[in-house]
Design a protein around this ligand. Sequence first.
Ligand code: ADP
Ligand code: MG
Ligand code: MG
Length: 901
Amino acid sequence: MSAELIKEKQVYLFEEGNASMVKLLGGKGGNLAEMTALGLPIPPGFTITTDACKNYYKQGGSLSGELQSEMRRAVSAIEKVKDCRFGDGERPLLVSVRSGSVTSMPGMMDTILNLGLNDETVKGLAQQTNNDSFAYDCYRRFIGMFGEIVLGIPSILFSRQLEELKSHASRDSDQEVTAGEWKQLTGLYKMLVKEHSGKEFPQDVYQQLNMAVGAVFRSWNNARAKVYRKLYSIPHDQGTAVNVQSMVFGNRGEDCGTGVLFTRNPSNGAKELYGEYLINAQGEDVVAGLRTPRKLGELKDEMPEVYGQLAAAAAGLEAHYRDMQDIEFTIENRTLYLLQTRSGKRTAQAAVKIAVDLYEEGAITKEEAVNRIDVSHLDQLLHRSIAPLEELKPLAIGLPASPGGASGMIALDAEIAETWKHNGKNVMLVSAETSPEDIHGILAAEGVLTGRGGMTSHAAVVARGMGKPCVCGCDQLSIDAEQRTIHLGDYVLKEGDVISIDGTSGRVYAGSVPLSDPEMTPELLKLLGLADEIRELNIYANADTPHDARISRQFGAEGIGLCRTEHMFFSDTRLPIVQSMILADSREERISLLERILPMQQSDFEDMFEAMDGLQVTIRLLDPPLHEFLPNLEQLEEQLRRLKLRGGDIEEEKRLKHMIAKIRSLQERNPMLGLRGCRLGIQFPEIYDMQIEAVFRAAKSVAHRRIEVRPEIMIPLVGDPRELKQLRALVDKVASQVLGEEFKTISYRVGTMIEVPRAAVMADKIAEHADFFSFGTNDLTQMTFGYSRDDAEGKFLSSYLDRNILSENPFQMLDQEGVGKLIEWAVTKGKGKKSFLKTGLCGEHGGDQSSIFFCQQVGLDYVSCSPYRIPYARMAAAQAVIASRGEAASTKAEAVALPSE
Ligand code: ADP
Ligand code: MG
Ligand code: MG
């Protein structure tokens, strides 16, 4: 960004903008303009652009003369419409000054209400409304907000004075406070302001406005906003717009109120109006979570006409934006006003249901439905939940604000939550009320429990966004901050005690309770079905056990792309035999031990084939270096030492010595680059021989049971075509021996992993002997970078990321510029040699969205990932197709037109 100021128009009346101008007007401003154009009841106002915010920072924190005169002109435009004047002693115009960023950041920045009140105008407001108590309540709210946000005076000082005054006058609630007392409070507040800022509270309304606008610009850089931006990768140079809007009052009496509503249920996606409101209250009261609000349904009985108008507006807005909306409204003397709409934040579960429903209602296309889902949220759907057990008695019940089950140690503030989390503990953030300042605590916690605040409170919104279970408004909860204890009804718990919450039902339990495995909802199945119609990549699973194979099939895997046979060697009963086989002195001895392992492997493979009936199963022959199966050397030496001290058992001593010597002889300087993979297979052919035999015996046996079997044998770590040539000959030989007659009916494939850079470079020669390539991107990344993953992640990777030498961890996100180039090269060379060569990717990158996009781009045939990642990969693969068709461009443009906030 250059230091030059942006000279464009910096202020837009709501009549002048629309929703496509979000970058300039922010989400809130763009939508207020759009709603104005739709003819909805929006209090008039204007938006100061994000460019003006950038200018403000460039000018070292001051408003330019041009901006100030543009603002004055816009204020007079409002004055005309409202027939009142800013700063007028009789008919004063009052405004709110509201932040509004381009990307939604609910509650992260500041808003000031009732601006334009001073010692004179407050009298006009009182006279005009014939309500002194209301007018002075507004004034003291304004001084408090202005003092806190603009002048940086801690809000506790204001609320303390309010509490003192109330207790002095024996007032239980704000409603009982008299006009005279409110007036007295405004005096006290002004003294506070003077004491803390050294200046009088500003009486000039334009000075108030300028200061407030500057403060909102500055709130872009407050701590919580920065944390939030970092968390959601929102660019720091985007800046915020500011909306100045004429006030409407929900706090003028019993026929007034304020609330928030979602056009569908943001927790489960049900098609119903879902909202909360407070009678006789001002905006912040609902979202700040200070009072627990009432359900929107009650408004239907209380003010049926208003409810009817609200329902109609909600339906209209949802149809217009073609997405679920989150709407703020205020009722002043039974007249409805809308103050904000944005596409509503929702849980993953709700996102899926809403996308499917909107598709079925004909509002959006299949591609749009698929693109509406943030794949990273799919994990939340596969969250575990608390099984509804009869015998489980809850300690208390609150509002089910964000679904899922969680257990953790009670932490009473965000700092403790962070510290404990840092020490590897699971924590539950428990607080009286929810404040956006707790965001780092929510981030650290497994879940959140609060005493006050509704489901639309900021903390609930933030928790849902992060997929953390949350129970709000649990009024049985009280907290003793000094004793560091909490009361839940009759129960007393200490900070550090473990509790569990069920954010789906609102229940709170003592201790940790059992969680049940996730299930796929009918909506998710439907949406994945739509994704399957779009995607081109096949999705396979990395599964080593029949159990994993079955799970991956449930999640929609179309085959197994990687079955690591070494995992089958690790069970208690097998490991000793495997160890003896490795330690064997002669080939004969090794073969006889392998013969004992063979039936075990065979039965594993039979189970796998059975689970995957009709689908391909790719079996990788033994890959890791043999010492990984052997006992720990230090422990053995220690054992030997003790045995010698005790004396005796010469046989045992001999056995230990032999084992130690053998392990020493197998030790390598650099096992990752040592005797492993196909090198092992060539050095000890009897091991691969046994594994291949087990595969084909299993294939033959299940085929006899009329199960369709499609084995694929994968040779790891090939770096030279001759390695593959030799081993392929071994596979073909064993296959024909074992299968005999069936050789003609059971078809199998032989392929290789491409994980050594040399194999990628020589892909055409390798392809001569391969039916498929599977890019093992974990090793390929290690060897291309020359990093061993454990050492890199343990020693220097994070500093590389901090220093911007790397922008991502290449083990999580495929390095497209380097490793990716090798893949592209190998695909082109390989397919050039053999057009039917099948290519795919296995490794952790198979479960990463950007890597999946890359696979689509370079034309791979499949991606293989862990079982629980399959739904994610199916969605990401569909989105990759949409992106590659350039349809992303149009949906992206629309996402700008349908902003959130
Ligand atoms: P946030 O981004 O924190 O929701 P907003 O700018 O939306 O901040 O404002 C906070 C609260 O004040 C909201 O409930 C909003 O409805 C209310 N509010 C804002 N402007 C006005 C206004 N002109 N009249 C009445 N209430 C308002
Ligand atoms: Mg708002
Ligand atoms: Mg490997």
